[in-house]
Design a protein around this ligand. Structure first.
Ligand SMILES: Cc1cc2nc3c(=O)[nH]c(=O)nc-3n(C[C@H](O)[C@H](O)[C@H](O)COP(=O)(O)OP(=O)(O)OC[C@H]3O[C@@H](n4cnc5c(N)ncnc54)[C@H](O)[C@@H]3O)c2cc1C
Length: 183
């Protein structure tokens, strides 16, 4: 079946690190995207006249939810056509066309074993989606180990977010634990 194209609008942008921003998009007209945590979409960005040179894929960083919001975590690559567009031109209200979802990098449910996620940079996006899915939807799971490689502490994306999630899990006595450990 051919992928479906969606129209969307950027509704919020926030700095996540000195080189990374989070972008929230809403489908217009409002339509829920049926995706699994860990999947990605492919955007058609106005960065070239040639169709295939305009396409860039981005992992969905939020959990599949009831509403029509999608979150992306995008790093600014020096001289990169798409990221220059995202960092210099995209504003709240910008329209972005995307197709998907796609990808098989998803969790097999129910989750019956400990999870070990290893990543760096925006590679955390699919893991953040998976963790949020387990947490928000109170899905049963075992321990989750997230190993995030970075040169500088401010490059650890979603650090505050995951620590808050960990604290809430500890407060509610769920088995989830996130611990920051400098190696
Ligand atoms: C499944 C999937 C999921 C992804 N998820 C994410 C995500 O969640 N977040 C994210 O940030 N990215 C993600 N990516 C990567 C993303 O799709 C883009 O590749 C990334 O944003 C860079 O695109 P760009 O257009 O900015 O860079 P490009 O224009 O493609 O260039 C990439 C780099 O090559 C250099 N370059 C370009 N042309 C030349 C040349 N002729 N000679 C020398 N150097 C050159 C550029 O300066 C730049 O540094 C994902 C990719 C895939 C396939």
């Amino acid at each position: 079946m051919p992928w479906k194209w969606y129209d969307s609008k950027v509704v919020k942008i926030a700095d996540e690190s000195p080189t990374t921003k989070r972008f929230w998009l809403e489908t217009v007209p409002e339509e829920k995207l049926d995706f699994k945590a860990g999947q990605f979409v492919t955007m058609d960005l106005p960065i070239s006249d040639k169709r295939l040179k305009r396409w860039r894929s981005y992992s969905i960083a939020n959990a599949p939810d009831e509403d029509n919001t999608l979150e992306f975590c995008i790093v600014n690559m020096n001289g990169g056509a798409a990221t220059e567009y995202f960092f210099n031109e995209v504003k709240e209200g910008t329209n972005i066309k995307f197709k998907g979802p796609d990808g098989n990098f998803t969790l097999k449910e129910p989750v019956e074993k400990d999870l070990v996620f290893i990543c760096t940079g925006t590679g955390v996006a699919p893991f953040r989606s998976m963790i949020w899915d387990l947490y928000e939807h109170k899905k049963s799971h075992k321990n989750i180990h997230l190993i995030f490689g970075t040169r500088h502490a401010d490059g650890i994306l979603y650090q505050k977010n995951l620590r808050n999630c960990n604290k809430k899990c500890q407060d509610s006595n769920t088995p989830s634990r996130f611990r920051g450990k400098k190696i």
